[in-house]
Design a protein around this ligand. Structure first.
Ligand SMILES: [Zn+2]
Length: 452
């Protein structure tokens, strides 16, 4: 099923492919793409195996740049229905305090699997909930990613400012700054691989300006500099956040980001909605990446990310599904469609195309994660690919296959390859019993987080 090491596999004559000069397909050797084949041509070198891709639309594996896997356990939770961000968070914090390692492991497995099935090959998770007993949450995320063979960017999140200190979360969900920083060092030392082709990278990700101390923001930036890793946090998601920052820090969120040493190309932000023109220009100049989360932004009615202005200003723009309590799915190709629709509503029908939305979810997302080895179909890049068929009724009558993928609403990949290995075959994840996983995850979710 998966080609042996050294084997050259030709994915031949795709129905459509999101790559220049590859109408005849691509050749994969080991973990990388080694050749694009022109339409009607054959590969320059010999091949050992051929995969007939004539039923498939081939795109670079999607890259998800923001999620909270644990929230798959509290989808459509009664405590959170119909609320905007701050009341939504306050309703869910006490619920999430019950999270334990067994439940978290199932949540990670489920979220990775769901993402893979939607064509995602690299997943970043923002995990910031470490109740007593779950201190090794990042280790669990890495173990689960390795077992599934998906590429991961695990981000060591944190909350150190409880309600008592003027923050938003309850004390049971916070840790002190020293404990957090020591664990950041630990997981960076254990898991962060800065090399091209890395399967696991670590980033540091204080939850948001209203959940951690100034010191933790500063020390995280220093630590990231020392280890050569990325920085991630929520910023500019709601107007409430502007008001909070003005009241507590005496400045707007972007000024605060600057003050704590985060206004750099090392940083990518989740949401990035409420920035004025001057702030967009500053973020762009600094090369700060923005993870646009269209589905979540619509569910919580948080606002519309200024994707086009940010990209024009120089910011990499990527996509994220966001946590499964505000999406409530982990389906990245579905969020590509939402990005297209929300973008058109904001900028007009001629301003945002399906190619723009796909670019955000692939190359843009890869740049947010600081990676130039994934996100495109090109010689030398990792062989991370998502293959979709257009066999469902919803695609019948479609003319442009690539546009149909987004406009008709693809939701499940037929095949997914990560680092040259098939991880989804015929619409099913390799090595995972989805029925058993669904049963265990759902049972755990109801038992732990069911409404009292
Ligand atoms: Zn989030």
């Amino acid at each position: 099923m998966t080609p042996a090491a050294g084997t050259r596999l030709w994915l031949r004559d795709p129905l459509a492919i999101l790559a220049e000069g590859a109408a005849g397909g691509i050749v994969v050797a080991g973990s990388r793409i080694v050749e694009r084949v022109a339409g009607g041509a054959r590969p320059a070198g010999p091949v050992d195996a051929v995969f007939d891709a004539s039923r498939h639309v081939v795109i670079p594996g999607l890259v998800n740049t923001h999620h909270h896997f644990y929230q798959t356990l509290t989808r459509a939770h009664p405590a959170a229905l119909g609320k905007p961000l701050f009341p939504w968070l306050k309703a869910l914090y006490p619920v999430w305090a019950a999270l334990n390692p067994e439940a978290f492991r199932l949540a990670c497995r489920l979220a990775y699997t769901e993402l893979l099935l939607s064509g995602c090959t690299t997943a970043a998770d923002h995990h910031y909930v470490f109740p007593r007993g779950l201190e090794r949450a990042i280790d669990i995320q890495v173990e689960e990613a390795r077992a599934l063979g998906i590429r991961a960017c695990v981000t060591r999140g944190s909350m150190s400012l409880s309600e008592r200190d003027g923050g938003l979360p309850p004390e049971a969900l916070t840790q002190d700054d020293d404990t957090i920083l020591a664990d950041c060092e630990r997981v960076l030392g254990l898991f962060h691989d800065p090399a091209p082709g890395a399967m696991v990278q670590v980033a540091l990700s204080p939850c948001s300006p209203f959940a951690v101390t100034r010191r933790l923001m500063r020390d995280s930036a220093t630590l990231a500099e020392r280890h050569g890793c990325r920085l991630h946090t929520h910023l500019g998601e709601t107007r409430d956040e502007d008001a909070y920052c003005l009241e507590v820090f005496g400045m707007r969120p972007v000024d605060y980001l600057d003050e704590v040493g985060w206004l750099s190309g090392r940083t990518w932000l989740a949401h990035g909605i409420h920035f004025d023109d001057g702030e967009v220009a500053r973020l762009g100049r600094a090369g700060v990446g923005i993870c646009h989360c269209p589905t979540s932004n619509m569910v919580l009615a948080s606002g519309r990310c200024r994707t086009c202005e940010l990209e024009a200003a120089g910011s990499p723009v990527g996509l994220g599904v966001d946590g499964s309590a505000s999406n409530d799915a982990s389906n990245l190709i579905e969020s590509v469609r939402h990005a297209l629709m929300l973008g058109r509503l904001t900028y007009g029908a001629e301003a945002v195309s399906h190619r723009d939305a796909l670019r955000w979810a692939t190359e843009g997302s890869a740049r947010c994660l600081g990676r130039d080895d994934i996100g495109r179909i090109d010689e030398g890049r990792e062989a991370d690919l998502a293959l979709f068929t257009l066999d469902d009724l919803r695609f019948s009558g479609a003319h442009d296959p690539l546009a149909a993928l987004v406009l008709c609403g693809a939701s499940r990949a037929d095949r997914v390859m990560v680092a040259g290995r098939w991880r989804v075959v015929d619409g099913a994840p390799v090595g995972i019993d989805t029925g058993a996983l669904r049963e265990a995850h759902h049972r755990t979710a109801l038992a732990l987080f069911g409404a009292a």
